[in-house]
Design a protein around this ligand. Sequence first.
Ligand code: ASP
Ligand code: MG
Length: 445
Amino acid sequence: MLVMKFGGSSVADRTQIDKVRAIVKGRAARRPVVVSSAHKGVTNALIAAGKAAAAGKDDAGADVIAKQSGIARDLGCSDALLAPLFAELRDLLRGVRLVKELSPRSLDYITSFGERMAVRVIADYFTRTGLPARAYDVWDLGFVTDSNFGQARPLEGYETRMNDAFARLVPADVVPIVTGFVGQNAAGEITTVGRNGSDLTATLVAAAINAAEAEIWSDTDGVMSADPHLVAGARNIPTMSFAEAAELAYFGSRVLHPETLLPAMAKDIPVRVLNTNRPEHPGTVILREPAARDLVVTSIAYKENQSILTVRSPRMFAQSGFLSELFAITTRHNLVIDMVTTSEISVSLSCADVETLARVHVEAQKLGECRLDHGRTILAVVGQNLPTRSGLGALILQALALVDVNVELVSFSAGSINFSMVIADADVDRAVPALHAALFEQAQA
Ligand code: ASP
Ligand code: MG
């Protein structure tokens, strides 16, 4: 089987859904399982409706229902198809307006409607146009999660349940159209895996059913050497390793949800990143061991809005245990750290979660003098065997120096596939094109 995930822009409207239909039809012999996002903009509209309802607005779902009805009508679906979901959504929003609060649990329930509505209209349209399909809420196929609303993950053993459910519920001659993003806990309450999480649903499903491959269809030609919005000359990367792709996804390449590669890596399932608007483009294939490439550097990624905590203490000098005291504090607060640098008397760590970092900051003061810096970006150069390339660090730092970008922290270690730096958010627009020019357009051209 082949899992094919289509993002919001791929299923935005009838024109896009026709492209999806042609792509899926072309792969019918490989038993495609389609995982779909909500239509573009619908998840945001649902969140806005939830907030408006909590603020007391009447009929808060009207806009999103109108938008979804318009798409359903364009696809020729009968009004009866979505009527039960519209009624449920209206009731839910009325409830939120009455209690005037929007818990993570209610927000997951509200946002789940995007994917649930989308799969129904897509399956209905495909079937009426000669591609027999059936819509599934992923929980009906055994995707049971924990109760971590807004960031739920499947419970251990979900793979077996999914395998059984597929065998029982999915006939071989229909294309299943399955909701991305959502899930259900053991008590039957709706959860979500987090924003942009349909990619992750796709690889989790692929891992469960031992799919031959997972395809992630969006609107760029695979993974690019840098953000095409910032760098006109950004180019496609034909192949990369799971580790590189995971690093890039984590460090802000916007094509894949950061955790997408983990389930695929565990089961060694190749992931292909493809463009719905240019299906003939080969995109990027992500494998355990990609074929050798000429390019050492794969891509440049960045993650803005980071904060840096620096702890300075003479106590650190020639002492053991200091770092473990600091990390005991971060662990107690569940702080996710992206980057760490140390010197003899100071340690800096970066993270995106300002509120938790503020709590860590208060406690870390007992270890030494602390400072917090906000508005920083992690800028990462990702590639294979970077430390074996003499002169690479100089090339990177010089390119940044030439456009007057100050590098505040650097992290680069043995065996590393990542040369990461911290710069100011305001410098990203200069730094990324300059680095791209130095690493792709001049050095390796
Ligand atoms: N529809 C969800 C979102 O917008 C999930 C996804 O698109 O992957 O975040
Ligand atoms: Mg997406």
